[in-house]
Design a protein around this ligand. Structure first.
Ligand SMILES: NC(=O)C1=CN([C@@H]2O[C@H](COP(=O)(O)OP(=O)(O)OC[C@H]3O[C@@H](n4cnc5c(N)ncnc54)[C@H](O)[C@@H]3O)[C@@H](O)[C@H]2O)C=CC1
Length: 468
């Protein structure tokens, strides 16, 4: 198996995206016997040699060693020559984590510490490199980049930083790889992105950048891409890259909150508590996350609760423009805030604002499973008027004796405190859904009252930030 090789990250002749990693055939093919959904006819069949699939590192991340030779001719780098041999020593804190971290992880973390204060510049430079060297990739991104701008880089850096936490990382990356199918991402795009990533990092982390660091990043990025590419290829065998979904009803509950119900063009399997990404026809390639507001239904319809937020393109389009007959696109379902049906533990649920949507789905899921387990829902809103779904929740309470719904109207973000007045909660699993601040404070409050972290579930706060 070949070791990854590289031309310079800043070598302008490498704009064809080739030569960065050693291609390898995909690990799975259609001989698995499962039906392929290929809405994107330009995508190579998963069983064919994927032109840009790379060789994974020869061993698990923990076992990797940095080869002694440079992968990059030094004259091609933007790193000042003196910086190449004078990378600052690893700090005491870094040294402590080094006991656990692999050598690559340590070098990656050292780069991260260097670029974090200038993350904005790194991002701008990264996209400038990407779009000038690979203009054909511009069409995969929204016209206006705004929140999209830092997504790729954030995701890559998050992954790189956790390269030693194999379990968490692999499931994160698989998800990311599957989710990238809807953007039209192809295996051959990965070397282009990797090359520009290294270009941006080497420029802004020049004080710590040397040959070993570059080699560590190449290996790390190769691992990341390979997991994403394999996950996408595997997913292609069983699911479309996206679903079209026609709006079948639009219920304006307040001046800025709508419940939007859609009918996907193909079966859409998901679990109560999960969320999806959604694109409207008004803002092509701008995707936002919304949770399913119901458990899977026999008629296959999906509902979302949307609040139009200031400057929220997608949310405003959904609340103020979408009407029955409009066609949206949906990405795959994702998220792990789902009910564990192997236990009888109670569910303690905190739903803030439109964050009540997945909580309602969880309640329906428990009801469908027919097991009587106590479910306590604290439904927070800033005003009475904002409790837009209280009637539905109270109706559910009337039909299910195991369910208690407690509306909490609070101007001062006290939803998590309300939970302290009830309990005890030691037999409960906790589920939180709402604004990022509520999640953070809620997790603290629940830990304070003795609920172990492993029993507290919520969606990624970063994902929620982009649900406008
Ligand atoms: N629409 C959906 O499907 C979902 C939305 N979300 C997220 O839920 C949020 C809903 O926003 P809004 O309806 O505008 O909610 P909001 O800002 O009106 O707040 C809802 C509740 O959370 C409490 N809260 C807010 N900030 C808090 C803090 N820092 N500490 C403690 N409690 C706090 C409020 O007091 C209120 O009770 C958005 O951030 C959205 O991304 C989460 C999951 C699903």
């Amino acid at each position: 198996m070949d070791a990854p090789t590289t031309t310079s990250a800043d070598d302008s002749t490498s704009g064809d995206g080739g030569g960065w990693f050693t291609p390898r055939k995909p690990s799975r093919g259609p001989e698995d016997g499962e039906q392929q959904h290929r809405p994107d006819a330009s995508a190579p069949p998963a069983g064919e040699a994927l032109p840009g699939a790379f060789t994974p590192p020869p061993a698990e991340p923990e076992d990797r060693r940095i080869p002694g030779t440079s992968a990059v001719p030094s004259e091609q780098r933007t790193v000042p020559p003196q910086a190449q041999s004078t990378a600052p020593p690893i700090s005491a804190q870094q040294a402590q984590s080094a006991r656990k971290a692999s050598p690559d992880a340590l070098l990656v973390q050292r780069t991260m510490a260097e670029i974090t204060p200038v993350a904005d510049k790194v991002t701008s430079y990264f996209y400038a490199l990407l779009f000038t060297r690979h203009p054909e990739l511009r069409a995969l991104f929204p016209v206006a980049m705004d929140t999209q701008r830092d997504r790729i880089l954030k995701a890559l850096l998050t992954a790189a930083e956790h390269i030693d936490h194999t379990d968490v990382l692999v499931s994160y990356l698989k998800n990311l790889g599957r989710g990238h199918r809807k953007y039209g991402t192809q295996p051959e795009h990965y070397p282009a992105v990797g090359e520009c990533l290294i270009g941006a990092l080497s420029r802004y982390a020049s004080a710590v950048w040397d040959e070993e660091t570059e080699a560590a990043w190449v290996r790390t990025y190769t691992t990341i891409s390979q997991v994403m590419i394999d996950a996408a290829a595997e997913d292609e065998l069983r699911a479309p890259a996206w679903w079209f979904a026609e709006v079948v009803s639009h219920d304006l509950r307040t001046s800025d909150i709508a419940v939007v119900t859609v009918r996907p063009d193909q079966p859409y399997p998901f679990l109560a508590g999960q969320y999806t990404s959604l694109e409207t026809p008004w803002w092509p390639r701008v995707w936002r996350h919304y949770s399913f507001a119901s458990a899977p239904r026999p008629d296959g319809l999906l509902s979302f609760h949307v609040r139009a937020v200031p400057a929220g393109w997608v949310s405003n389009a959904l609340v103020h423009h979408a009407r029955p007959g409009d066609v949206l696109r949906l990405g795959p379902p994702t998220g792990s805030m789902t009910v564990d049906h192997t236990t009888d533990s109670g569910l303690l649920c905190l739903g803030g604002g439109t964050g009540i949507a997945p909580i309602k789905a969880l309640v329906e899921d428990v009801a469908e499973h027919g097991r009587r387990r106590p479910v306590e829902v604290f439904y927070g809103a800033r005003t009475d008027h904002d409790l837009y779904d209280i009637d539905t929740m109270l109706r559910l309470q009337q039909s299910h004796p195991w369910l208690a719904v407690r509306p909490v109207v609070d101007q001062r973000a006290q939803l998590p405190d309300a939970v302290r007045e009830y309990g005890p909660w030691n037999e409960y699993d906790a589920y939180l859904s709402g604004p990022p601040g509520m999640i953070r404070n809620g997790v603290d409050a629940l830990r304070d009252i003795g609920i172990p972290e492993g029993r507290i579930r919520h969606d990624s706060v970063e994902e929620l930030v982009t649900s406008d």
